[in-house]
Structures are given as C-alpha cells and as structure tokens.
Design a protein around this ligand. Structure first.
Ligand SMILES: NC(=O)c1ccc[n+]([C@@H]2O[C@H](COP(=O)([O-])OP(=O)(O)OC[C@H]3O[C@@H](n4cnc5c(N)ncnc54)[C@H](O)[C@@H]3O)[C@@H](O)[C@H]2O)c1
Length: 245
C-alpha cells in the first residue's frame, strides 16, 4: 500500500513495486489516483486505488477496510503522503501547523497501528511485513521557511526507530528514508515561483543535481526486498551528499 500515490514520488514507488511483482493499493486525497489504475506500469489486474484525505481521523481504518476488500493482505506500507509549505515562522497559523502534523505525522502513525492489527489477524503471511516512512533531509538540516515541516519529518524519523523496536516482536521491519530535493511537479513549481533557486541549493550538494523519483523508488524497492532483512530501524539518507558537509 502506497500513500500519496497519485503523483510524484509515491507514483514512482507504486510503479516500481508493481514492476517487482507486487499488487498495489494507491491511496491519495487527489482523485487523479483513480485514473492511475490501468496505466502501462500499473496494470488493472494488480492495481487498486482509493481516494481519502489522510488528515481525517477515520482515515487509517477506512483505508485498511479497502485493503481487505482489494489486496486481501498488505505486507508493505509506504507512508509517503505529505503536505508542505514554505513560510516565515511569523506567518504560520495554528490551523496550518495542525494540518501538517495531521498529514505528515499522525496519519503515518495510525496507518502503522492499523497495519499492525491487519497483519496480526492474517492466518498466513507470505513474507515478513515492512513499513517505510518517507521523511526528508529537512529532518537533519535546517532551512528557512520549513520549521513546521522539518518538525514533522524529524518526528517521523524518531517514530521509525521506536516503531522498529516495538514491532520487532511481530517481525515487522520499519525504516525511513530522508531524500534531498527530488524532481517532482511540486519542486518544479517551487523553482518556477522562485522559492527554490537551483544553483543556490545545489551549492550544498556534492552531486550537483536533484534526485529522480525513480532512483528514490529503487532504494524503496531494496528496503522492501528480502535482500534487506538485516536493515531495521534505520534512516536512509539519499541526498547527493548534502548532509555530509
Ligand atoms: N519532492 C522533494 O523534493 C522531496 C524531498 C524530500 C522528501 N520528500 C517527501 O517525499 C514525499 C513525496 O513528495 P512529492 O514531492 O512526491 O510530493 P507530491 O505533492 O508530488 O505528492 C504527495 C502526494 O500526497 C498526496 N497528499 C497530500 N496530502 C494528502 C492527504 N491529506 N491525504 C492523502 N493524500 C495526500 C498529494 O495529493 C500527492 O499526490 C513526501 O513525504 C515529501 O515530504 C519530497
């Protein structure tokens, strides 16, 4: 199951997991997600979609009802959906802050909780379950205009460790990834509006480019695979060397 799969990174992750043979449930608040089913890399026989705003309190149970109706059993949960805004601290409202926490931090927690209930009820498990939380390099470095967003991503990294420890008993592996700038529609818009100045941002990167969605999705595919069974409770930084300096 991949959240935020209508666009950007979530869509690339869903395509990559599907290419690896997975059946995938795409979740998003954007109705576009429905039209993704049946696309070339997301064959209708193995792809399902549901529209849901994950900031709503009933989101996790609603989505897992859908998992039961479509996939039957989900053994991979990718918490990718997120909201973000760039704003000076002095302008951030309580409503904006609460919505960020609701989407970026509360939803991944309750989806993980529901995932644990879901896999605990399964009579047979073909493989040990995996959760991947998509954090951000902003969990590790400070940037202006991003304090509330950075807080939610830092929380996700910390939650990942605690979840991995608590869920080892159920043989669930939990890891997070922290990407630097990825080439997505959102990033392109931020460049177009002048919020991101690529030449300035890339001064901080050892690799002088943005990541592609596909290379991030490749890391996710590895972390979900049987090759990664020794990897647990870790935060994988994929940032072109940004935090190395
Ligand atoms: N793009 C980057 O440079 C970058 C860098 C580091 C981390 N990330 C993280 O990667 C993930 C994907 O980012 P992206 O750039 O592909 O963003 P995106 O905006 O293209 O995709 C995010 C998806 O989440 C969905 N979504 C947002 N709020 C939702 C809600 N309340 N309920 C359900 N769905 C919701 C959106 O509709 C969208 O389809 C996010 O967690 C983001 O924080 C992105």
């Amino acid at each position: 199951m991949v959240t935020g799969a209508a666009n950007g990174l979530g869509l690339a992750i869903a395509r990559r997991l599907c290419a690896g043979g997975a059946r995938v449930l795409l979740v998003d608040s954007d109705k576009t997600v429905l039209s993704r089913v049946g696309e070339k890399d997301l064959p209708g026989a193995r792809t399902f979609a549901v529209v849901k705003d994950l900031s709503e309190p009933d989101a996790a149970s609603f989505v897992f009802d859908e998992v039961s109706k479509t996939l039957g059993l989900a053994d991979i949960l990718i918490n990718n959906a997120a909201w973000s805004f760039h704003k000076p601290m002095l302008e951030v409202t309580v409503a904006e802050f609460d919505r960020l926490v609701g989407v970026n931090q509360r939803a991944p927690f309750f989806l993980a909780q529901q995932f644990l209930r879901h896999i605990s009820q399964a009579a047979v498990r073909p493989r040990d379950p995996v959760i991947i939380n998509i954090a951000s390099v902003n969990a590790l470095v400070g940037n202006p205009g991003l304090a509330p967003y950075a807080g939610t991503k830092g929380a996700l990294v910390a939650m990942t460790r605690a979840m991995a420890v608590e869920m080892q008993e159920f043989k669930v592996r939990v890891n997070s990834i922290s990407p630097a700038a990825v080439e997505t529609f959102v990033t392109k818009n931020l460049i177009a509006s002048g919020v991101i100045v690529p030449s300035k941002l890339l001064e901080n990167y050892l690799v002088k480019r943005f990541a592609s969605c596909e290379e991030i999705a490749e890391l996710i595919a590895y972390l979900c695979s049987e090759a990664a069974t020794f990897v647990n409770g870790a935060n994988w930084v994929i940032d072109g060397g940004y935090v190395a300096q």
